[in-house]
Design a protein around this ligand. Structure first.
Ligand code: BES
Ligand code: ZN
Length: 886
């Protein structure tokens, strides 16, 4: 990645197509990667092997400034482009290597300043590497000059580069917009002479990375405001839907001054536009000053949007606006540091939403959405370090995963807690100020934070970012007179059990310890920098519990001695443990069971202790784990028994909540009601099923429209326990839906349908024109996760339609998501072999690691099932015979 320096104002769009990085940056890279290898060696780890040979651009010619003129044709789906770039030849050469993908160069020339043009005589495309080499008949001498390139390309339908996005006008006419998505295509792809053509000129940008350039040509409405700090903010919506932009507009206008204060650096541009794009592969993209979003990540309709959509829009807006500073003003030096961008934005989006909507209790949700998800992935042997060497573009796609995002965010949360907010902010400001309009690496952030805090940040953080995985802290306690002596030890946690082998990796772990005397405050904070440590807690009475990891902030799992665990469990029942600690404890126990360290029956007993639980997020995490267990047990003949268990666990809270909101309820109550009713309905809870059917009928007949928050659980319930008529009604509702949110809501639950013919119908629908290409993945994934037959049918469907699916996403991260959703539910050894063999003959380079992770998960599931199925079955039978008293 390189930056272009600003040049005198040029009338046209300024941007990209990439001559090489300045030599200084290249030298820095080779030096820092040598340093890193040495350090890894001393940690006893090998650096990840570089999979494919790939070289960054040579440094002999570098760009100074771009002027780009583009002319899209929205009828023929083509475009013409002219590039004029001020460039500097640093070392005499007769060729220029640039990034380039999917465009055809018509002519190219280089004119040394004050001299004649030299026309390139050869264009050698290296398509695999997304590069082109321009050859010149004579040597380009050192000095500055102008590079001119005329080119043409196709407005593709792959949601990458310069592409076309399909939309329907309010009168029902199908039209196209021209849209860009350049990350991670580094700087590739993409004039006026005809009087019917409108020429729009843009001002010069600050020095910036080329992957952050964006342009959109299409019809849109917008709403506008000015933030407190004077930035003009607009949200662009489809025509006729300007109202739906108001929520995001409000969030954006609140967020800009929040970040300005937090970083103590003003927003660097005079305006920011947020725009909803119909066909969009990612969730959103942080292009500088023009942030692009999926419709569902930006548009909110006061009546038809549910609470979780509001929350999602707030988080995504918070995330992409954070990148305007962290990522755009300062850009990572190379993709190895992608995590820094994404992990940081994925952390601070929560800080921002907590500021805008304290009632969302969003930090608790962080733990179940990001922290536990990251630990699940990072416990696999096929995980990877946060900082991972990246070469070829296919390897860049691969690292947009839960390690970069969720583990990245989790270790930053731990770091923030370790440093404290004041020094953290100070360090952030130092970093952003020092590196503004420049590139930076992970080390640079540590240095700033170290200067600000005086703490050994690099030493602590290297153990988290340069080696994969995280520790399991084992703890046992002994009462010594008035004090409690704790013995702690750390060992890498693996999804298959604790790490065995000698050179066990070690972490520097910030650990907090609380007691029942004051469950919300740490009695002691330590930095565990050894494999074993003894700690004395002064004045702890024998009847008090002691807990590690207050707030579930430390990125580790805890295994308590039986006595310590025994003393903590009443704190779940009587709610004296804080919610996020109850959540963390339950989640740790669940993963210990999956890893075979404790028995799954133990966890079922703990789950039963949540009878009085009022907290949405605690329920949400528990529900997720019960879902995983249900999927596992769908391989057995006692699936119905686990459904009974689900019903028993969720009925009391279901009864307390009822179907209709009570006065004074808020956001979290709405989320909880939807979760619980969905869970009960799916498990076939009779009263819930009957009420869902009644309300669905009224909804369809137009008698009483379902509130947005109740739609997902009701749709899911009636579909799962319905027939072909129910599916047809759902498909009709889908067709009639005006909002993409409603279409997605329906698409996600279609897979709940049970009969083989209906499942086939849903799979066919997934690839039809009715479903936007980016949403096909969730329809097929929904089928795979919906039922035992669905799982098999989805896998067969993927194999049968592989070419079409692969071609649709051109590799890319959506293909990884599709594979993950579709195969990770298997729990039979031979399926791991089958999946592996299929992808050996149908390679998907950007999904290689995901495929390995899936195969590992299948084997883990199979082992889990073999180990625990019988005892779970016995427990469920015995429970049925003598139900526990609440
Ligand atoms: N920079 C990414 C968008 C992106 C993702 C580009 C993958 C290329 C490949 C953006 O900032 C982002 O992280 N978007 C998220 C949404 C966010 C709220 C987690 C996404 O698209 O999922
Ligand atoms: Zn991001």
């Amino acid at each position: 990645m390189w930056l272009a320096a600003a040049a005198p104002s040029l009338a046209r769009r300024l941007l990209f197509l990439g001559p090489p990085p300045p030599p200084l940056l290249l030298r820095l890279l080779s030096r820092s990667s040598r340093r890193r290898r040495r350090r890894l060696h001393s940690l006893g780890l090998a650096a990840m092997p570089e999979k494919r040979p790939f070289e960054r651009l040579p440094a002999d010619v570098s760009p100074i400034n771009y002027s780009l003129c583009l002319k899209p044709d929205l009828l023929d789906f083509t475009f013409e482009g002219k590039l004029e770039a001020a460039a500097q030849v640093r070392q005499a050469t007769n060729q220029i290597v640039m990034n380039c993908a999917d465009i055809d160069i018509i002519t190219a020339s280089y004119a040394p300043e004050g001299d004649e043009e030299i026309h390139a005589t050869g264009f050698n495309y290296q398509n695999e590497d997304e590069k082109v080499t321009l050859s010149f008949p004579s040597t380009l001498q050192t000095g500055t000059g102008t590079l001119k390139i005329d080119f043409v390309g196709e407005l593709n339908d792959k949601m990458k580069g310069f592409y076309r996005s399909k939309y329907t006008t309010p009168s029902g006419e199908v039209r196209y917009a021209a849209v860009t998505q350049f990350e991670n295509v580094i700087d590739r792809k993409p004039y006026p002479d005809d009087e019917n053509v409108v020429e729009v000129k843009f001002a010069r940008t600050p020095v910036m990375s080329t992957y952050l350039v964006a342009f959109v040509v299409g019809e849109y409405d917008f709403v506008e405001t000015r933030s407190k700090d004077g930035v003009c903010v607009r949200v662009y919506t489809p025509v006729g839907k300007a109202e739906q932009g108001k929520f995001a507009l409000e969030v954006a206008a609140k967020t800009l001054p929040f970040y300005k204060d937090y970083f103590n650096v003003p927003y660097p541009l005079p305006k920011i536009d947020l725009i909803a794009i119909a066909d969009f592969a990612a969730g959103a993209m942080e292009n500088w000053g023009l942030v692009t979003y999926r419709e569902t990540a930006l548009l909110i309709d006061p009546k038809n949007s549910c609470s979780s959509s509001r929350q999602w829009v707030a988080l995504v807006v918070g995330h992409e606006l954070a990148h305007q500073w962290f990522g755009n003003l300062v850009t990572m030096e190379w993709w190895t540091h992608l995590w820094l961008n994404e992990g940081f934005a994925s952390w601070i989006e929560y800080l921002c939403v907590d500021h805008c909507f304290p009632e969302y209790d969003i930090w608790t949700q962080f733990v179940s959405a990001d922290y536990t998800r990251a630990q699940e992935l990072d416990a696999l042997d096929n995980s990877h370090p946060i900082e991972v060497s990246v070469g070829h573009p296919a390897e860049v796609d691969e690292i947009f995963d839960a390690i970069s995002y969720s583990k990245g965010a989790s270790v930053i949360r731990m770091l923030h807690d370790y440093i404290g907010d004041k020094d953290f902010k100070k360090g952030m400001n130092m970093y952003l100020t020092k590196f503004q309009q420049k590139n930076a690496a992970t080390e640079d952030l540590w240095e700033s934070l170290e200067n600000a805090s005086g703490k050994p940040i690099a030493a602590v953080m290297n153990t988290w970012t340069k080696q994969m995985g995280f520790p399991l802290i084992y703890v046992e306690a002994e009462q010594v007179e008035d004090d409690r002596l704790l013995r702690l030890s750390q060992r890498k946690f693996c999804a298959s059990g604790p790490y065995v082998g000698e050179d066990c990796p070690q972490w520097m772990v910030p650990i907090t310890i609380s007691t029942s005397e004051d469950p919300n405050h740490a009695k002691l904070k330590i930095l565990m920098d050894k494999p074993e440590m003894n700690v004395v807690l002064k004045n702890v009475k024998p009847d008090q519990w002691v807990k590690l990891n207050l707030g579930t902030v430390g990125f580790y799992r805890t295994q308590y001695s039986s006595a310590m665990l025994e003393s903590l469990l009443p704190g779940i029942r009587d709610l004296s443990l804080p919610p996020v600690d109850r959540l963390g404890l339950q989640n740790d126990l669940f993963s210990l069971a999956r890893a075979g360290i404790i028995s799954t029956v133990e966890v079922l007993k703990v789950m039963e202790a949540f009878v009085n639980e009022p907290n949405y997020t605690v329920w949400s995490d528990l529900s997720c784990n019960l879902g995983i267990l249900s999927t596992l047990l769908s391989h057995t003949d006692f699936y119905e028994e686990i459904q009974e268990f689900v019903k028993d666990v969720f009925s009391p809270i279901g009864e307390r909540l009822g179907w209709d909101p009570k006065p004074g309820e808020g956001h979290l109550d709405a989320l909880l009601r939807g979760l619980v009713l969905g869970k009960l309905g799916k498990a076939g809870h009779k009263a819930t099923l009957e009420e869902a059917r009644r309300r669905f009928k009224d909804h369809v007949e137009g008698k009483q429209i379902l509130s947005a928050d109740l739609r997902s659980p009701v749709y899911l319930t009636v579909l799962k326990h319905g027939d072909g008529t129910t599916l047809d009604i759902m498909l009709k509702l889908h067709k009639q839906a005006d909002m993409q949110e409603e279409k997605n809501r329906i698409e996600r639950v279609l897979g709940a349908t049970l009969s083989p013919e209906l499942i086939q119908k849903v799979l066919t629908f997934a690839l039809s024109e009715e479903v936007r290409p980016q949403d096909t993945v969730s329809v097929i994934g929904g089928v795979a996760g919906g039922s035992k037959h669905g799982r098999k049918a989805a896998w067969k469907f993927i194999k049968d339609n592989w070419e079409e699916l692969y071609n649709r996403y051109q590799g890319g991260f959506l293909i990884s998501r599709l594979i993950k959703l579709s195969v990770e539910g298997f729990a039979v050894d031979k399926m791991a072999g089958e999946v592996k063999a299929f992808f050996e003959s149908h390679p998907a380079p950007s999904a290689e690691r995901t495929i390995q992770q899936c195969c590992e998960n299948i084997l883990l599931n199979a082992a889990w099932l073999k180990r625990d199925a019988e005892s779970i079955h016995q427990y469920l039978l015995q429970r049925k015979a003598s139900p526990p008293t609440a």
